[in-house]
Structures are given as structure tokens and as C-alpha cells.
Design a binder for this molecule. Sequence first.
Ligand SMILES: NC(=O)c1ccc[n+]([C@@H]2O[C@H](COP(=O)([O-])OP(=O)(O)OC[C@H]3O[C@@H](n4cnc5c(N)ncnc54)[C@H](O)[C@@H]3O)[C@@H](O)[C@H]2O)c1
Length: 294
Amino acid sequence: MPWRRRGALSFPGDGILKVTVVGAGTMGRGIAQVFAQVGNEVVLTDVYEKALSLARDSINTSLSKLAKKGELKENPDTVMSRIKITGKLEEGADSDIYVEAVIEKVETKRDVLQSISGIAKPDSIIATNTSSISITQLSAFVKFPERFIGLHFFNPVPVMKLVEIVRGERTPDSLVRKCFEIAKALGKDPVISQDFPGFISNRVLMPLIREAILVLEEGIATKNDIDKTLRLGMNHPMGPLELADFIGLDVTLDIMEVLYHEYGDPRFKPPITLRNLVNSGKLGRKTSEGFYKY
Ligand SMILES: NC(=O)c1ccc[n+]([C@@H]2O[C@H](COP(=O)([O-])OP(=O)(O)OC[C@H]3O[C@@H](n4cnc5c(N)ncnc54)[C@H](O)[C@@H]3O)[C@@H](O)[C@H]2O)c1
């Protein structure tokens, strides 16, 4: 794939054109897709072969759906041709922006951010899609912490309008502003959060999911009635148990663990039922079973 600067194609100001997304799971593949949809050349990488082939299938399916609905400006193949899916992180050398989207574990993110730092330019932006881990803590793993920021996309990325921009202690205003513009150029509607675990979204959402699981554990209502209550009574498009299945129960558990550890507050303590489901391999939609069967 020829990497070339073509001026400010999608991003106001200075035309960020080469983007590397590390982690080709649920989030990484969606993030790669939205960057490619607005004209950028994207490298999508993962350590697991299977994740790479699943990512290719999932992006193809998503692009076809968007094209059928008339929501894609170009042919799906043209968008796909901008995404290089590879097991080799080095293919992402000298990117203008890196988005780390690997599992929600500090040690894994540390290793990945250190590897990214080894191939990035001094002025590359390095962003993390973490749902809960401190941006300031993660910034210690990159060479230039003043180029590091949280860009928290939502699932499914091509559909969800929100991006939470999270400012670490060493993130300058100029980078926050730039990322705001980048998110807008991707067709998103961003919000800005200070660096507190869970930011805005998961600080509010995780206690809700936790409480719904406790209502189930205590036998107060069935899972269907708990979800129905939030859907029909509070106008949520999905109930909290359905949403946890959609996020991934492993990801939900990891986020609760981080919040509980950081705040030490029992309102974030992971319920036993959640732990049991994860330990038995029932991770939600991605494994065809979680609170529900799919
Ligand atoms: N699932 C959601 O709804 C959601 C929403 C917003 C943010 N997030 C965050 O996005 C990140 C990814 O979540 P996900 O749901 O995509 O998880 P996922 O489990 O679907 O995907 C994670 C991917 O990371 C890969 N990976 C693991 N170690 C790696 C390494 N060393 N190098 C490269 N790839 C590696 C795995 O193979 C996997 O494909 C997490 O930080 C999560 O908290 C998730």
C-alpha cells in the first residue's frame, strides 16, 4: 500500500493520513473502519491470527450493510483497500496516529504502548481506547507523554456517535483540541472528560449494570423483566444485562475491577454472577452466550 501525504483530506489543519490501530477485536476493527471511511490509510494489527481474519470479515459485513443503507460515500472495496490487516506492528511505523485497542489489562497495554513508542515519530499522536484505566498511568509507558490521550470510542464504532476524549495530566490543550477535530472529521460528536477512572461513561454505566446483576442475583426479577424495565420505563434502547452481553462480559468485568481497585468503593465491586459467567467462558454475544443465548 503506498503511504503518501495527500494534504488535508479528512482532518482540518495538517492532514493525518496514516493511522495504526493495535488490537483487532470488537473495538479495533470498528476504529480502523471509521478512519478508512474518511480516506485514511490504516494498518490494523493483532497478535492473534484468528482476530485478523475475523476483523476482515466483520469490516466487510459492516461496510456492505452501510452501503445497502446508502450511508457509505464509496464502494466498500475502495474503503477496504485502505486497510492493511497484518500481524506485524512494524507495518505501522511512522504513522501519524496510533490507537491502542487491546484488552483492558494494564500489563498488556504497557507492552503494546512501549512497542508503539519504538516505531512512532516524535510528533505522532498515541491514543488509547481504554474504558477505565488512567490515561496518566498509561502515559508513563510512551516516549512522549505530551502526545498521549484517551480516545474512547463506543460499540459498534461505525454506528455510535460518541467519542470520549480523555485528558491525562500531561496532555496539552492543543492535543485535546486536535483530537476533538479528528473525532468530528470521523463523523463523531465528542465529549471531554478529565482523567478519573471510568471517565464519564463507565463511571455512570458500571454501577447500573452491577445493580441490575444484583437484582437478578437476589431473585427480585427475571433477566427479561430487569431489561424490560430499563427499556420501557426509562427509554433505554437496551437493558443493562443485554448491554453487558453486547460490551462483552470479560470487558465489563475488567472495567469493574479497575474501578473497584481505583475508587475502593463497593458500588463498583464485580458481582459473583458476572465472575462465574466469565470463568465459564460465557462472554456475551461474542461467544453466543452470556446472560442470554444468541
Ligand atoms: N467492548 C466494548 O464495548 C468497548 C467499548 C469501548 C472501549 N472498549 C475498550 O477497548 C479495548 C478493546 O476492547 P474489545 O472489546 O475490542 O476487546 P476484544 O477482546 O474484542 O479485543 C481485544 C483484542 O486485543 C488483542 N490483543 C491482545 N493482546 C495484544 C497484543 N499484545 N498486541 C496486539 N493485540 C493484542 C486480542 O487478540 C483481541 O483481538 C479495551 O481497552 C476495552 O476496555 C471496549
